[in-house]
Design a protein around this ligand. Structure first.
Ligand code: 5AD
Ligand code: SF4
Length: 444
């Protein structure tokens, strides 16, 4: 059967939410009998799962689409589909309709479950099929997913976002916040545990507000307690946390639930209170720093990571120095840093005083020069410690070297047999770098 199977490739841009949507699409396609391939020339179906959060992600999609035109000329039966956040925007769909006529199917973030129907319909029609929902409607449960690893998995706990940070396109592409029913989440995780999964990462744009849309209200901390009971699951991770919603209850839960890993991704975006207000973040610099202090005093070995934007409209040198101040005081383990990118349709796109590119780049460099030595010092604290590592894969350049992650999500390289992949082992750290740790296996 395999020889006669149709082959697919999914290319994914953007966040974990998109990555997990692609896993679901793979699951759907494989139930239809498709198998995955890395070779574009032999693919029968190519799907681009797109991202709109910053301009460069968007430009990459157009670049890659151009390349597909030649493929389609060689193989007219090839089906080309585009989905994801970009497709939620009418203006972008119009560009695709006009300039990329060879695209067969366009669908959105809310209706990936319709993929089989869209493919079947395409076989009957020759015109571009466009099916994008403005709203999620009810959450669709029970979609299969083909996950990259058997031992770790993403699990959605909620969809959408209600925060409307003024720079961000996500509330417009992913819709309003909606939590999954706890029973649906728990049964998915139980099933994963039965299949041998050890680590789960709970996904939501703002996991701290989990449960608010449920008829029987439940907090994120309560959900964590329930997941902590599931036999077979050894590590629980989650992202992303909005500082305004991170409760004391959650801090105590991370401290007390032994399966919940000591890592919080807590984007602060900017340090200046004036900029935070324009960003509509709903906390101040002082509140953020107090929160960090509280987290660190309750969970001393916590690893803290963040997202930071430089060059938001109107950001002065003084505002930027507040960002640097937060970085120095919070001592992040690492950070994702972004140059502000205008997203049409968001309030910030129309703000005055957009910052010139050269200033944005200079600020980014100063920010990285501040962050990197801190990351280096944080890693240095791991020297000579023994860490619990979930082994993920062998190194691409040396098959005798394994890599995995500590509970605090640090990447560790060490020598070992590839049979250890998927197992939790102990590693003594004997060298540290800015981004990675190195060590020796002490216990298989
Ligand atoms: N420009 C730059 N960075 C952005 N982010 C979201 N929107 C923008 C934008 N318009 C960043 C934020 C968010 C992360 C996922 O992407 O830091 O936390
Ligand atoms: Fe975007 Fe803010 Fe929602 Fe995060 S919390 S997805 S930055 S609007």
């Amino acid at each position: 059967m395999i020889n006669g199977s149709k082959k697919y490739i999914i290319t994914t841009w953007g966040c974990q939410m998109n990555e997990h949507d692609s896993e679901k699409m793979s699951g759907i396609l494989e139930t239809l009998g498709y198998i995955s391939t890395d070779i574009k020339e032999e693919a029968d179906l190519i799907i681009f799962n797109t991202c709109l959060v910053r301009e460069n992600a968007e430009l990459k999609v157009y670049g890659n689409l151009g390349e597909l035109k030649a493929l389609k000329r060689h193989n007219p039966d090839l089906i080309i589909a585009i989905c994801g956040c970009m497709m939620q925007k009418k203006e972008i769909r119009d560009i695709i309709k006009e300039k990329y006529k060879f695209v067969d199917i366009i669908f959105g973030t809310h209706n990936i479950h319709k993929l089989p129907e869209l493919i079947a319909n395409h076989n009957q029609h020759t015109r571009m099929i466009i099916d994008v929902w403005e709203d999620a409607g009810n959450i669709v449960e029970g979609m299969p997913a083909k996950r990259k690893y058997g031992f770790k998995a993403f699990v959605n706990i909620m969809y959408g976002c209600n925060n409307f940070c003024s720079y961000c396109i996500v509330p417009y592409t992913r819709g309003r916040e909606k939590s999954r029913e706890p029973e649906d989440i728990l049964s998915e995780i139980r099933e994963l545990a039965n299949e041998g999964c050890k680590e789960i990462t709970l996904l939501g744009q703002n996991v701290n507000s989990y449960g608010k849309t449920l008829t029987s209200k439940m907090s994120f901390a309560q959900l964590l307690y329930l997941i902590n009971e599931i036999e077979g699951i050894e590590r629980i991770r989650f992202m992303t946390s909005h500082p305004k919603d991170l409760s004391d209850e959650l801090i105590y839960t991370i401290r007390d639930c032994h399966k919940v890993c000591e890592h919080i991704h807590l984007p602060f975006q900017a340090g200046s209170n004036r900029i935070l207000k324009h960003m509509n973040r709903k906390y101040t610099k002082e509140q953020y720093l107090d929160l960090v202090k509280k987290i660190k005093s309750e969970i001393p070995n916590i690893s803290l990571t963040t997202d930071i934007i430089v060059g938001f409209p109107g950001e002065t040198e003084e505002d930027f120095m507040d960002t640097i101040d937060v970085v120095k005081k919070s001592e992040f383990d690492s950070a994702f840093t972004f140059i502000y990118s205008i997203r049409e349709g968001t309030p910030a796109a129309n703000m005055e005083n957009q910052i010139p590119e050269d200033i944005k780049h200079r600020r980014l460099k100063t920010l990285l020069d501040t962050l990197n030595p801190i990351s280096h010092d944080k890693n240095l604290q791991y020297l000579n410690t023994i860490q619990e590592v979930l082994v993920e894969e062998t190194s691409k350049t040396d098959s005798t070297v394994l890599s995995g992650r500590t509970r605090t999500s640090k990447l560790v390289h060490f020598k070992g047999d590839k049979d250890l992949i998927g197992k939790i082992v102990k590693v003594k750290i004997d060298n540290t770098k800015t981004w990675t740790l190195e060590g020796m296996l002490i216990d298989g």
